[in-house]
Design a protein around this ligand. Structure first.
Ligand SMILES: [Zn+2]
Length: 137
């Protein structure tokens, strides 16, 4: 009786260990996915009419003001997204475009000749970036 009880306890213990191992492995996979994504953050590239280019990594949070002779655009980066919060352009199309977060998306402020594009993190989409460079030059 004692040995049967012990065997049952052992198998229950084995089951707990298996569950614990699976949980640890699953947690590691999730951690790699989450932290891997963070280290390879996409970048919002802001092109202004004066030819200046600002790179704003989307894993940061902040507000950036871009002023040229055309006017001022207030750009916000938050939660992996970017948008124009405020602008003194006449139509405010750039503000109305709202948040963008995916590589390839753009916000354009025509009156200020300013545009924001999201470029993928280095290495994650290298082939597309190379193709884009060739087309642009
Ligand atoms: Zn605008």
């Amino acid at each position: 009786m004692a040995s049967a009880k012990s065997a049952a306890a052992n198998s229950r213990l084995s089951l707990i260990i298996v569950i614990a191992v699976v949980a640890v492995v699953a947690a590691s996979v999730v951690a790699v996915m989450v932290f891997g994504a963070q280290t390879a953050a996409d970048t919002a590239v802001v092109h202004a009419s004066d030819g200046s280019v600002r790179e704003l990594p989307l894993d940061q949070t902040g507000t950036f003001s871009v002023t040229t002779e055309k006017g001022t655009n207030e750009i916000e980066v938050k939660d992996g997204q970017v948008r124009v919060v405020e602008a003194d352009c006449p139509n405010h199309d750039c503000v109305e475009q709202g948040w963008i977060s995916r590589a390839g998306q753009q916000i354009v402020c025509l009156p200020h000749e300013l545009w924001i594009e999201i470029v993928p993190a280095e290495g994650s989409d290298a082939q597309d970036a190379a193709t884009f460079d060739t087309v642009g030059s």
